[in-house]
Design a protein around this ligand. Structure first.
Ligand SMILES: [Zn+2]
Length: 413
């Protein structure tokens, strides 16, 4: 039976089971009432022979859609919005066909579980049943070992179905006369980014930093500030770039705080600009890792906007890269007196998120979560305040220079 008809059949069975249990009311309101989120209270992985079962205990039954993806091999479970109240270590242990799994908000109203597989596997069963108390519902996804060919076929069918469902629409921002700055808090939702000690994750750190930066830049009223995300939600790299272009942003600032192998000594702040050729091997590796953000969330990133296809676009891109560089230099200049900088603080690499050909863009790595000293700084209110002040000075100088240039151009014949 083709994989998707199988999934549909299983979904239909779940509906039937839920109806039979006489809880169709819970079914009907599910997803319609954002005020009463479904809660995931427990999750477990069990192995039996060649089968592995993933079980999640939910406060009410939900519809699940399952798909698979290659490179890396993954099983993706799409759910209505679920609040995951699971122990922090959930998903980290290897068990049967599941190497690890992660979960989180994928888009407003939609949650996702992404399981990395130890070897190719397909979904051989999906059921929902009341738990022992009868108060909660257990969703069970059963995986069975598959050969590479079978797995690839299932992945192709999943990909076709996902394209049909299409990506989330990008909100069109209307341009006002002020320069528009788009702040991009890296990662989010199902993609946690790097992890530091004490359960600190990059996605939370950079969101709270981005919110502070927005507030600071809004203080003088000179700029219109927009954000690619202002909550713990996944946004694909392509949608971040599209959002910047749709808002006709004059500047795009992506905020990250990753970790690096190399121990506690590697630390400090780095500003990156986009380039086909990386300035050094570490930067290339970092960009590769960042570019995998879509894969982490179970999204195909084939569809990137702005493949520079003609000479006009290339000219615009060259000019834009000049602006990106000049902003990066100003940022490094301002950070220099208040922050500890990485060796060679202005670097380049091929970051997907810096690909808008007509929006000057930089990516700021605030520090490394792998360094306890950096982590302490990142958590410090005082340090954050100093950094957002330095950034706002750099922004003011950047736009002052651009307007001076524009003014000069206007008076020239
Ligand atoms: Zn990052």
């Amino acid at each position: 039976m083709p994989f998707f008809s199988f999934v549909r059949l299983v979904s239909a069975c779940i509906v039937a089971i839920v109806m039979a249990a006489g809880i169709e009311r819970a079914w009907a309101v599910d997803g319609a009432k954002p005020g009463t989120p479904t809660i995931a209270a427990a999750a477990a992985v069990e192995t039996e022979g060649s089968k592995t079962r993933f079980k999640v205990t939910l406060s009410k039954p939900v519809t699940a859609q399952v798909s698979v993806m290659e490179r890396p091999d993954r099983v993706i479970i799409d759910l209505p919005e679920v609040a995951f109240h699971l122990p922090a270590e959930s998903g980290r242990g290897r068990e049967g066909l599941i190497a690890s799994y992660r979960y989180g908000l994928f888009a407003p109203g939609r949650s996702r579980v992404v399981m990395e597989l130890t070897q190719p596997a397909v979904v051989s069963g999906m059921t929902t049943a009341p738990d022992a108390t009868g108060a909660a519902s257990i969703l069970t996804i059963e995986l069975s070992r598959a050969d590479r060919e079978e797995f690839r076929k299932a992945a192709v069918e999943s990909s076709a179905a996902a394209k049909e469902a299409s990506a989330a629409p990008v909100v069109q921002e209307t341009k006002d006369s002020r320069p528009v700055i788009m702040i991009d808090a890296g990662h989010g939702g199902i993609d946690p980014g790097a992890a530091g000690s004490g359960n600190v994750v990059e996605k939370d750190l950079v969101l709270s930093f981005a919110q502070r930066l927005k507030k600071k830049l809004e203080e003088n009223g000179r700029y219109k500030i927009v954000m690619t995300r202002d909550q713990d939600v996944f946004v694909s790299l392509g949608d971040r770039v599209r959002a910047a272009r749709a808002a006709q942003a004059d500047l795009f600032i992506s905020v990250h705080a990753d970790s690096i192998a190399g121990g506690q000594e590697v630390r400090g702040l780095t500003v990156y600009t986009g380039s086909e050729r990386a300035s050094d091997a570490d930067s290339a590796r970092l960009a590769d890792r960042e570019n995998k953000a879509d894969a982490v969330a179970g999204v195909e990133s084939g569809d990137m906007p702005d493949d520079v296809s003609d000479i006009l676009m290339e000219l615009t891109m060259r000019e834009t890269r000049g602006f990106s560089h000049s902003f990066a230099s100003r940022l490094v200049g301002e950070f220099d007196s208040v922050a500890r900088l990485n060796k060679n603080p202005h670097r380049q690499a091929r970051f997907q998120v810096l690909r808008a050909h007509d929006v000057p863009s930089v990516l700021v790595e605030l520090g490394y979560l792998s360094s306890q000293k950096d982590l302490d700084l990142l958590m410090s209110e005082e340090w954050r305040a100093k950094m957002v002040s330095a950034m706002s000075v750099a922004v003011d100088r950047f736009f002052a220079a651009r307007f001076a240039r524009r003014g000069a151009a206007a008076v020239l014949p």
